[in-house]
Design a protein around this ligand. Structure first.
Ligand code: NAP
Length: 339
């Protein structure tokens, strides 16, 4: 059952969330939802950041739509759970057993989800503990949960795994890279990969709203950025002016990792003619980006943040193993048993 008829699961208003697997599907017991940051911020703002009201709103969305597809931001998140059933047609095709713990790597906006109850909402991380079930289609991406990384940390990192993998592809030696929203999950991972790629003759500049946060301080301490700029990316002229003062040639690559709307123009102004802007943010307006670039006559390549790149889950998790300070920060903020 799809509404409207003929829609695909992602763009459908409503999908069938009956928790029964067809022969080419997986049925999973869901433990934790990781709501994507743009969506969680919107839910939080509309519910006064009250954990119970956020939980109730999530239940309402899922009962209306059959999936956690925020009708305001259009975005979702992912889940961690345990495999309950493997459809007969999939049993010989997937490296999975009943009982395995996995993370879904496809968006909750297309994942049939049935919630029995909400157990807890962590307002600081956007992670929600539930009792529920989800279906993964044959085409769905998923990953085994790693044994050497805390579940909460793995969930936080896997949610944004597309960003570091794309940044690796986009950046090369000697370039100047600007990461907007550098101190969030995807921003931190992006900085680590940008820095590794640009090398000693390149430069990575992180733009953050506040340089005194633990994540901003860690960025400088661990050498994941060369410079930090403190600015509100919604104030395009002021923020890009600070970047231009540091790097008059502007950036070869701009990576937008914020969770608020209205930062398209700042991203465009930070990029040089011929540069590339990677809009990983789910708050990005296609219209604002396209017309903004035209309006200021900036000839740039703009990429929509595809959440998937081959090997992205391994790349993202490996970043933590390669960067102990980054791993320690993620442990402190996202681990189930925080230190
Ligand atoms: N493309 C995809 O497949 C995909 C997948 C998952 C998530 N996303 C999206 O990617 C974005 C980032 O996700 P995330 O999990 O990395 O988010 P996050 O951890 O919440 O980080 C967002 C960062 O943006 C900063 N920020 C907010 N407003 C800002 C402003 N006006 N100027 C400068 N920085 C600002 C935040 O700073 P404060 O904390 O100080 O506010 C925070 O550090 C979100 O939009 C999310 O929905 C995309």
């Amino acid at each position: 059952m799809l509404e409207p008829a003929g829609a695909m699961p992602q763009d459908a208003w409503r999908i069938d969330n009956t928790p029964v697997a067809a022969e080419n599907e997986l049925l999973c017991e869901v433990d934790v939802l990781n709501i994507d940051s743009a969506s969680f911020r919107q839910l939080g703002e509309s519910c006064g950041f009250d954990a119970q009201r956020i939980g109730e709103r999530v239940v309402e969305i899922v009962s209306q739509r059959g999936k956690q597809h925020n009708p305001v931001t259009g975005s979702g998140g992912m889940f961690v759970g345990r495999v309950l059933e493997i459809g007969a047609a999939l049993r010989d095709k997937v490296d999975l057993s009943v009982g395995d713990r996995i993370a879904s790597l496809v968006s909750l906006t297309l994942t049939p989800l049935y919630i029995e109850r909400i157990d807890a909402v962590d307002v600081t991380t956007g992670q929600i503990w539930v009792r529920g079930k989800a279906i993964l289609f044959e085409s769905a991406l998923w990953a085994h949960m790693p044994s050497d990384i805390d579940d909460g940390v793995a969930l936080a990192v896997l949610d944004v795994a597309g960003a570091p993998a794309q940044v690796r592809r986009l950046c090369s030696a000697g370039q100047t890279v600007v990461v907007i929203g550098a101190d969030g999950k995807s921003g931190l991972l992006s900085c680590a990969h940008a820095k590794a790629r640009v090398g000693p003759h390149g430069r990575v500049i992180g733009l953050v709203p506040d340089s005194t946060t633990p994540s901003a301080r860690m960025l400088l301490r661990a050498g994941l950025v060369d410079d930090l700029v403190v600015a509100d990316a919604r104030s395009a002229l002021e923020a890009s002016g600070q970047i231009e003062a540091l790097a008059p040639q502007l950036a070869d690559v701009v990576v937008n990792c914020v969770n608020v709307p209205g930062t398209e123009l700042c991203s465009i102004l930070c990029a040089k003619d011929g540069g590339t802007i990677y809009f990983f943010s789910m708050s990005t307006s296609f219209t604002a980006a396209a017309l903004g670039a035209e309006g200021i006559g900036r000839d740039v390549t703009m990429m929509i943040g595809n959440g998937y790149a081959k090997g992205h889950a391994d790349t993202a998790l490996q970043t933590l193993r390669d960067h102990p300070e980054l791993h320690a920060y993620f442990n402190q903020k996202y681990a189930r048993t925080r230190t």
